[in-house]
Design a protein around this ligand. Structure first.
Ligand code: ADP
Length: 260
């Protein structure tokens, strides 16, 4: 059950957070959470203070991607929660508080209330960026959640597959509807680079995200290749391998655009 204990005046907490960036995707499984974690790490690598808020009620995976799945946020005053701090990044997740089975039957207002609560009642302290991992999709839940958060903008994650691109387009339309700027598109699983010969193959198609970005006048921030280490790390619930330089440089480039 969700216990809604108190509502701090919203501005109180938001003031200490300079930018809230929503990470969204039209479809599940495209690498939204993976992207959220890496962007957070890349922003931190540039010297920013960063928090990550996992609002993906269908499959909160941020705790395991930070290797903190067994931890529970503590409280000093029974009103606010301390985030879990991992490698200097402040992490809060709906998964720490509610079981996914309970949360998946929520309707929009309930989900957006839980998101506001996590946002308002977590002791974020002073942070430059709060990266919010949104639930996949563009339905009522995502729309009401988006309306509840004073975000600076949204990032859309997609794969090059037609269906994912179609859903990503719906994501852009949703953010346009609520006047939230789309900061850019990240194409994940964009291509595969053969470890033997170095050849690049576009397993899931080519140029789709680029065309989507052009059509909507938003930047294509990165084309992240398929990478075995990313998949293995998430399967073993290990902290994300932000030190894989070849992959990480793509996210650094994204972070540079975001912070410029
Ligand atoms: P979402 O948040 O969109 O549901 P996840 O970030 O949880 O997606 O990723 C889904 C799965 O795909 C995970 O097993 C993850 O490790 C894997 N994955 C994500 N990005 C990549 C990538 N670039 N290369 C290989 N596997 C990836």
């Amino acid at each position: 059950d969700v216990t809604i204990t108190c509502s701090l005046p919203k501005q109180y907490q938001y003031k200490k957070i300079k930018h809230i960036v929503l990470v969204a995707s039209g479809k599940g499984g495209v690498g939204k959470s993976t992207t959220a974690v890496h962007i957070a790490r890349a922003l931190q690598a540039q010297g920013a203070q960063v928090g990550v808020l996992d609002a993906d009620i269908y499959g909160p995976s941020i705790p395991s991607l930070f290797s903190v799945a067994d931890e529970k946020p503590t409280t000093q005053d029974n009103k606010t929660l301390n985030p879990i701090i991992k490698d200097g990044i402040k992490v809060q997740s709906i998964g720490f508080l509610v079981s996914p089975e309970d949360a998946t039957v929520w309707r929009g207002p309930m989900a957006s209330q839980a998101l506001s609560q996590l946002l308002n009642e977590t002791q974020w302290g002073e942070i430059d960026y709060l990266i919010v991992d949104m639930p996949p999709g563009t339905g009522d839940i995502q729309l009401t959640m988006t309306q509840k958060v004073p975000a600076s903008g949204a990032l859309i994650v997609t794969t090059p597959q037609d269906l994912a691109l179609l859903d990503a387009q719906k994501g852009i339309a949703m953010f346009n509807k609520v006047n939230l700027p789309v900061l850019g598109i990240v194409e994940n699983m964009s291509h595969f680079i053969c470890t033997h010969c170095g050849e690049k193959s576009h397993v899931f198609g080519k140029h789709g995200a680029e065309q989507l970005a052009q059509r909507h006048g938003v930047p294509l921030l990165a084309e992240i290749p398929l990478n075995v280490e990313i998949r293995e790390a998430s399967e073993h619930k290990q902290a994300m391998l932000a030190h894989d330089a070849g992959i990480f440089e793509h996210y650094i480039a994204c972070a540079q655009i975001l912070s410029s």
